[in-house]
Design a protein around this ligand. Sequence first.
Ligand code: HEM
Length: 453
Amino acid sequence: MVRKGFQTKLTSKNPLYFFTSQWVHSSNSFHTNFLLPKHRPFARSSFTRKVVFPTNATVPRNGSLGGNSVKLSSQSSIPVVATATKFTKPIVGYWLLGTAGLVFGIVVLGGLTRLTESGLSIVEWKPITGIIPPLTNVHWEEEFEKYKQFPEYKLLNYNMTLPEFKYIYFMEWAHRIWGRAIGLAFIIPATYFGFRGYMSKATLNKVVGLAGLLGFQGVLGWYMVKSGLSEETMTTPNAVPRVSHYRLAAHLGSAFLLYAGMLLTGLQVLRDAKIANGNFPKAVARALANPAVNTFRRSAIGTTALVFLTSMSGALVAGLDAGLIYNEFPYMGQRIIPPKSELFSKTYANSLWRNFFDNPTTVQFDHRVLAVTTLSVITALWLYSKKVPLPSQAKLAVNYLLGVTGLQITLGISTLIYMVPIPLASAHQAGSLTLLSTALWLVHAMKKMPIKI
Ligand code: HEM
């Protein structure tokens, strides 16, 4: 089979660059086995393909990672041009999916920590010694004494007993321990995979970026807790001892981004390995190359961004305890849209626009509007999916997306109507990450092929 117009440059950015392949010059075409199982030498394979490269195709010379490539023209006569062996091993993909699962878990645990009002129980950040909780009664008393110095105890929990304190302490301690465990489960294998050369340069860069985001997440967590320990609460009239809703939203947003990065990178690694081994279905590759799906692909990315935005507005609702007012739907009081005087009130914000972030009524109203918009956009995307020739995985993903959105809206309304009971609120939070995962699955399923198969 001769294929003309092979539309790709084989540079170090192209995943195929890393796949085991042998390029042999023969007149103006090359035989390659890169779409076949990589351990099957092309010379012995009856499935060997003949691919004609455009004259400016750039092919790595010796499989090394950086810029060590040579431009081939149809007149080139390099006998064996490349045996590229540097590609990301599938185990790295499975590991990244596993770490994404751990991040999902800590988001749910973090939500429970907030909902049980446990987040401010440990008033120090000791990365090493903090691993061990108080073990004796004396130590417990000491920790309790420290907690008593801060506004949450003085203003809200002045009746708290030691057993009650132990409960909220353990919730926060478990959250921090889980965070440390994720750090280790990420850094140790990442270092091993890096040194053993299990990752391509592109994957390595992403893993380094994710490690940075993971560290940042820890710092942000403590920055958030510190805002809830501020002595200012004692002197500000009507102030409630709780963490800044901005910092809470930032902490949740960065966890969502970390999760998304791990999930997408893991899926990408596994897909590249499938392509390299020749196991990627050709029908799917052909469907993805069809220009008719380009608008759908862009719409799926936009929809994912909207899910993220709606989730961040939900974090502001949670951070301001704005789910404890207007416990009805679709009405807010007598009307669907609350009066202007309430939406733009000087009680909560000096400037008009700050009401969108600081006024509980406006923040809840925004979340409703964004949630309904998300539902409408996803319904439209689902209807659109019926009109374009999508690959089967994408069809499945968009069907799930609509189902999960329906569930998430139902959970949101139930959380509101029942005044934020812990199980419902926690399920609503987990639902938001499930929705994001489904949207990311769709984005991944629509990802363009690095080459034409
Ligand atoms: C696409 C739909 C939705 C998404 C992605 C979404 C996402 C979120 C997220 C991420 C949170 C923060 C959870 C936390 O940090 O604990 C949240 C909170 C909340 N959402 Fe939604 N939500 C959606 C729809 C709705 C709807 C339709 C309602 C009700 C009208 C609603 C009501 C609430 C309430 C009351 C909270 C605060 C719960 C708490 O204090 O723990 N949500 N939402």
